[in-house]
Design a protein around this ligand. Sequence first.
Ligand code: AMP
Ligand code: MG
Length: 349
Amino acid sequence: MKRIISAILLIIIAAAAFTGCGIFTPSAPQRFSVVWYDLFDTGISVTAYCRDQKEFSALSSEIYSELQRYHRLFDIYNEYEGMNNACTVNKRAGDRSLVETDPALVELAVLAAEMYRLTDGRVNVALGPVLSLWHEAREVSLQSPDKAYIPSAGELSAAAQHCSIEGLFIDREKNALRLEEGMSLDLGAVAKGFAVEKTAQKLEAEGRSMVLISAGGNVRAVGSKPEGEKWSVAIQNPDLTSEKNYVDVILAQDISVVTSGVYQRCFEYNGRSYHHIIDPDTLMPEDRYLSVTIAAKDSGAADALSTAVFNMDQAEGLAFIESLQDTEALWILPDGSFAESSGWEALRK
Ligand code: AMP
Ligand code: MG
């Protein structure tokens, strides 16, 4: 009898704790955060509300290992044991045989090809040969300012002969890719956003919420904060010397906010600053904006769009954004003034 009573008591206690009533009410979730600096060549932070440190540690390890897997898969400079990644695909450009790879890299290639078509080529992951000339110039110029230079027009236009997206073959059934001779992929415009989106979707499928991932200008909210309160996402002030770190704040829940800015990776040559977003028409970094921010559901698409819209004139970019559903943008112009799409204001509330 005693055993039965204690078993019933246990059930009642467990039920009380579970339903949140009685003395075993779980305490309100606490805010935790962590920052990593070794993935995607940027700082990545995770903020989440969890029961305790143990729960947060498990969550952040899961997020880290997902992002690390994508980092390796999309790396164009290094290969890793046990996988054919973007670097392998580049190395084998010109081979007749396809390179079998991970479905996620194929999915990213499919998204990138779609985004190329949607944006009339303003974001082109096959721009590798041109982008590597700029990358090399930036590395040298930052390391030895006395040797600073920019690629010559001749070199750039020769490289541009090998940047047609048509030379990227995608075999979705075999999970394989192939590039034409002389080509190379540069996934910098889409990889981070795609990796953050896939990771966020995995967390959502596990029933997670109250998580915010921020990967160098790529923010993705998984659910809201406790009690349904939205996350505040600050838009970076492009003037990094200013005491004011941000210039706008929007409220986010289950959406992504992605910024492409001139301050992210730049170098000086002959008294002028050169940023890292290359206009496929001029093969140069154009000074249209200080930054472009896109707010949209999918972080991979938002990342591709932030780079593409950066390469569009204001009127064209605005009309383009207005033509897309559930997609908003904020432009910061060279004089520091703002332009925004029609639905941006609603994101501030
Ligand atoms: P984001 O910060 O998302 O705008 O991405 C910029 C990065 O994407 C650069 O560092 C380059 O690696 C790459 N990139 C620059 N310009 C382009 C372009 N027009 N199309 C595709 N990738 C680009
Ligand atoms: Mg981008």
